[in-house]
Write a protein that binds this ligand. Structure first.
Ligand code: NOJ
Length: 522
């Protein structure tokens, strides 16, 4: 089955803002909504037009806001509902859309629903979460985590991630009689969870947001075949089609061919997927591979295609979202040269996929190493540091010692101030690539994508067809290479604004690739 998506999504350029780290306005050292508002011109100048804002809801912040205490309230540290309204208005006035982060699978342990649910006396919230019938009854070998010994209720509660994130009960297609906590989809208490979530979704869409990034999206689809048919998402898609046809859903599922068949508009390629790892993930990083394509020694595009193509070919009308990174992952700028990052962005912005830039990656921000865990960040903490606007107090006027996280001590050229207006900076290249992406027909996600070389360290592909086709060559590793240049492409010339380190030899029949080279041929 095919699920069309709103046309704006085809050309959208995503940008993830981690609210606590982007821009502080009220001087408490933590980023906020009015801070983001003050940087709308920056976003316009960069050219992005779809913001994904990590959670801004009321929370005890045991998982940096992914532990929601009130789904309909803005956390005071980020501002007020009126601030959000102002931000939405300002973004829309500049044709930028806003996606909030929806965390449907769990709540904070402090959520009023959970406080009720953990009471011994039966009440309307008794089945709102996944509880076993005895504190001692904890399944083993299923991969599910359970919290034992919380509150007065006789039972253990399933958790979605940290101990402080109890799992909401979305039901299953066919309850397993040996698992007392499994309820069928049509159980009234399961329906109540679905309806609450639909209500929350409508609440924000009615306020003007343009969609959601859905956290841990797969967690609410039972993990047994047939995946509960993604029934929650199918129903949600129906609501979107009928009531909000211009809004979109982007899931943190990480397996596009499964996610998109439920009617979701776009799904991330994540580090649980080898296609992502074969591109970006160095050894020592989560699921790192010995030699990804974007590494000094170079990878093999065959391994990337092997894992990517099955998803590309099974999109059901949806989009794969390719990201530079996110708040859970080592920043792509860590241990990578600016030249290699230029190739990485050339790839990201010329693929038939929805690009998503993690704030600061456009200037090559690296992880800050050796930080103590903040708000459940643990090893993720180093990728959540303040936006490197400059090497001074661009993020916040308050002394650095009071910032949400310490900034990089020696950011060098990896700041906005050092790169804006400089012809050869990474940010300037990103800006040019975004412009090309938005204006060139060959870069429409529906335009053909034709890999021209299916093995080795070099990404070499064509976008579009005929006169207007673009040819892209990206050679991220440290060794030189010569590739044969197809006769059929003899009229193509590198766009000098969007190229580095490539030169034709032997009357144009060979292309020499310097280390860390890239080019777009027009
Ligand atoms: C994925 C989010 O990206 C991550 O930051 C969070 O900790 C987990 N989901 C749990 O919500």
């Amino acid at each position: 089955m095919e699920f069309p998506h709103p046309t704006w999504l085809d050309r959208a350029i995503g940008y993830q803002i981690y609210p606590q780290s982007f821009q502080d306005r009220n001087g408490d050292g933590i980023g906020d909504l009015l801070g983001i508002l003050s940087r709308v011109d920056y976003l316009v100048d960069l050219g992005v037009d779809l913001i994904w804002l990590s959670p801004i809801y009321d929370s005890p912040f045991l998982d940096a806001g992914y532990d929601v205490r009130d789904f309909k309230k803005v956390a005071p540290r980020y501002g007020s509902m009126e601030d959000l309204d102002r931000l939405i208005e300002a973004l829309h006035a500049r044709e930028i859309r806003l996606m909030l982060d929806l965390v449907p699978g769990h709540t904070s342990i402090d959520h009023p629903w959970f406080l009720e649910s953990s009471k011994n006396e039966p009440n309307p919230y008794t089945n709102r979460y996944v509880w076993t019938h005895s504190m001692y009854e904890v399944p083993t070998g299923t991969g599910e985590g359970f919290l034992q010994g919380y509150g007065e209720r006789e039972g253990a509660v399933a958790i979605n991630f940290f101990w402080s994130q109890p799992k909401l009960n979305y039901g299953v297609l066919q309850p397993d009689p040996t698992k007392s906590w499994e309820l069928p989809f049509d159980h009234p208490d399961v329906r109540a969870v679905w309806e609450e979530m639909f209500d929350i979704i409508r609440f924000w869409l009615d306020r003007g947001v343009d969609g959601f990034r859905i956290d841990s999206a797969k967690s609410i689809c039972p993990d047994r075949p047939p995946l509960g048919e993604g029934r929650f998402y199918r129903e949600l898609r129906g609501i979107f089609d009928r009531e909000y046809p211009e809004a979109a859903l982007l899931t943190e599922w990480g397996w596009p061919s499964d996610a998109l068949k439920t009617g979701i508009h776009a799904d991330f390629l994540l580090h649980n997927n080898l296609a992502f790892n074969e591109l970006f993930s160095l050894p020592g990083w989560e699921n790192g591979v010995p030699a990804p394509i974007f590494s000094d020694q170079g990878g093999d595009v065959a391994r990337f295609y092997q894992h990517y193509l099955p998803h590309h070919e099974d999109r059901h009308g949806g989009l794969i979202c390719l990201m530079t990174g996110n708040h859970d992952y080592m920043r792509c700028g860590t241990n990578r040269s600016i030249s290699q990052l230029k190739g990485l962005f050339t790839f990201l912005l010329t693929m038939p996929a929805l690009p998503m830039i993690y704030y600061g990656d456009e200037v090559g921000m690296p992880n800050v190493m050796g930080l103590k865990s903040k708000e459940g960040g643990f090893r993720r903490t180093g990728c959540r540091t303040p936006m490197q606007w400059d090497d001074k107090d661009g993020f916040s006027e308050t002394p650095r010692t009071d910032w949400y996280l310490p900034p990089h001590e020696v950011p060098g050229e990896r700041t906005v101030a050092a790169q804006v207006g400089h012809d050869d900076s990474l940010r300037t290249l990103v800006q040019k690539l975004i412009h090309l992406r938005k204006s060139h027909p060959a870069l429409d996600p529906e335009a053909p994508w034709i890999p021209l070389m299916e093995e080795g360290p070099t990404l070499f592909y064509q976008r579009g067809e005929g006169e207007k086709a673009l040819v892209i060559v990206i050679h991220p590793c440290q060794t030189e290479r010569i590739i044969e240049w197809p006769l059929a492409l003899s009229r193509k010339k590198p766009d000098l604004q969007l190229s580095q380190g490539v030169s034709f030899r032997k009357s144009g029949s060979e292309l020499h690739l310097a280390p860390e080279s890239f080019a777009i041929f027009i």
